[in-house]
Write a protein that binds this ligand. Structure first.
Ligand code: GLN
Length: 451
């Protein structure tokens, strides 16, 4: 049924880049055979799951939606993919995204934009737009995405799905094509909170292949859904209800917070004074790390190679140049240039070092706030889904989409987006719930109580 659904809808939505038709059926037969033998089945037995194309899948083309990785077939699975397989899930295909996860609208994919299933003239958000659209269109009930500065939460908000960004280190990054290593986290999209909780439980936990993965025991996230939220303190930061917030989004989120109050939560204001520096800080740190991570794409090791033409051009450096020129899209080039600039001698102290200091201040804002409250609620995105093409020529307007998701990314703490009341014209709105470090369970309790 999932394969038929993808076949029927993908031409219109472009959510999947690769569909593993035969392999998906083989995997399903293997689960059936296991069941027939009376063997114990894993917690995701038979559930078809789409995987963001930034995650390596053994034997299946993995491009991160870049031309530079055209035709690249990884010889191994990312740890999260291996864990899904071990839970008897079915890896059904690879989802579209912004190239190397850089973007907020999915228009930076080298393989065409993803359309929002609620209105195909609008963006599903980014960078995990394919994963979000696939769930929103019910092609599959769950997918994996990655979130560096909002790339799971923002598309979840714009498509009316549930999206989870775990604590930094909660989920292994082994096999995730790196964008900004100190920020990248893998997480699930699902049609409901419990489904997302189950997938997160499967992919979480220490991985000896990722030194930044955390050894803390994995809580029972699914069990946390349904727990009473009576007396739980919800912080509402005034900084997240400022200029630029769409009035319909604001009304929906204020109503959501009142609903939680009716469930017995205690609502109080909190201050996150360094919020206004988050955008500048993020784009310095993320681009710096990207410029270093993307140096490996040189035409020698993976995917595309372009031989330079013209007399005297047949040297190694010219080949690097020709390959990168043809292989990287505009946004990726912009970030490599910005990242290289902020790391360069003479500018390092003024930009990169300063950004690291401000990152600490942003983290401390949250530590202070969480002395007073259990979770923080806000809009996920300042606007509902905007029109394709609307912001594509204005990188700053595009970057502003992430103002509410970036701070939690910089602080390394968990956040999620759950559907709130849609706008009058029927566009989805997302409620963001942010929790302290490793307190995903609290986030799930609130999310499930609201759902
Ligand atoms: N939109 C942000 C960016 O372009 C975040 C992307 C992400 O989380 N991967 O960097």
């Amino acid at each position: 049924a999932a394969l038929a659904g993808i076949e029927a809808k993908n031409g219109r939505l472009n959510a999947f880049l690769t569909v593993s038709h035969e392999s998906a059926l083989d995997q399903a037969r293997a689960v059936d055979a296991k069941r027939a033998r009376g063997e114990k089945l894993g917690p995701l037995a038979g559930v078809p799951i789409g995987i963001k194309d930034a995650l390596c899948t053994r034997g299946v083309v993995t491009t991160a939606a870049s031309k530079i990785l055209q035709g690249y077939v990884p010889p191994y699975d990312a740890t999260v993919v291996a864990r899904l397989r071990a839970a008897d899930a079915i890896i059904i295909g690879k989802t579209n995204m912004d190239e190397f996860a850089m973007g907020s609208s999915n228009e930076n994919s080298a393989y065409g934009p993803v359309k929002n299933p609620w209105d195909p003239e609008r963006t599903p958000g980014g960078s995990s737009g394919g994963s979000a659209a696939a769930v929103a269109a019910r092609m599959v009930s769950a997918t994996l995405g990655s979130d560096t500065g909002g790339s799971i939460r923002q598309p979840a908000a714009l498509t009316g799905t549930v999206g989870i960004k775990p604590t930094y280190g909660r989920v292994s990054r082994f096999g995730l094509i790196a964008f900004a290593s100190s920020l990248d986290q893998v997480g699930p999209f699902a049609t409901d909170v419990r489904g997302a909780a189950r997938v997160l439980g499967v992919i979480s936990g220490k991985d000896s292949k990722d030194a930044t993965s955390l050894g803390a025991p994995v809580d029972d996230y699914e069990g946390a859904c349904g727990k009473s939220v009576k007396g739980l303190r919800i912080g509402v930061p005034a900084e997240y209800f400022a200029k630029g917030l769409d009035p319909e989004v604001e009304a929906s989120i204020r109503a959501a917070i009142s609903e939680l109050e009716a469930e017995g939560c205690v609502v109080r204001p909190v201050k996150l004074p360094h919020t206004r520096y988050a955008l500048a800080t993020y784009y310095i740190i993320a681009d710096a790390e990207a410029s270093s991570n993307l140096a490996r794409f040189d035409g020698v090791r993976y995917g595309l190679r372009v031989e330079p033409s013209g007399p005297g051009k047949a040297d190694l450096k010219a080949m690097y140049g020709a390959t990168r020129d043809a292989g990287f899209g505009t946004e990726v080039k912009r970030r490599i240039l910005l990242g290289t600039f902020v790391l360069s001698a003479g500018y390092y102290d003024a930009y990169y070092l300063k950004a690291q200091k401000v990152r600490t201040l942003i983290r401390r804002d949250f530590e202070e706030a969480f002395r007073e409250v259990d979770v923080i609620c806000s809009p996920t995105s300042p606007t509902p889904a905007f029109r394709l093409g609307e912001k594509v020529d204005d990188p700053l307007a595009m970057y502003l989409n992430d103002v509410y998701t970036l701070p939690a990314s910089l602080a390394g703490i968990p956040g999620c987006s759950v559907p709130a009341k849609p706008t009058a014209s029927g566009l989805p709105v997302g409620l963001q719930i942010v929790a302290p470090w490793l307190e995903e369970s609290k986030m799930f309790s609130v999310a499930a109580a609201f759902e």
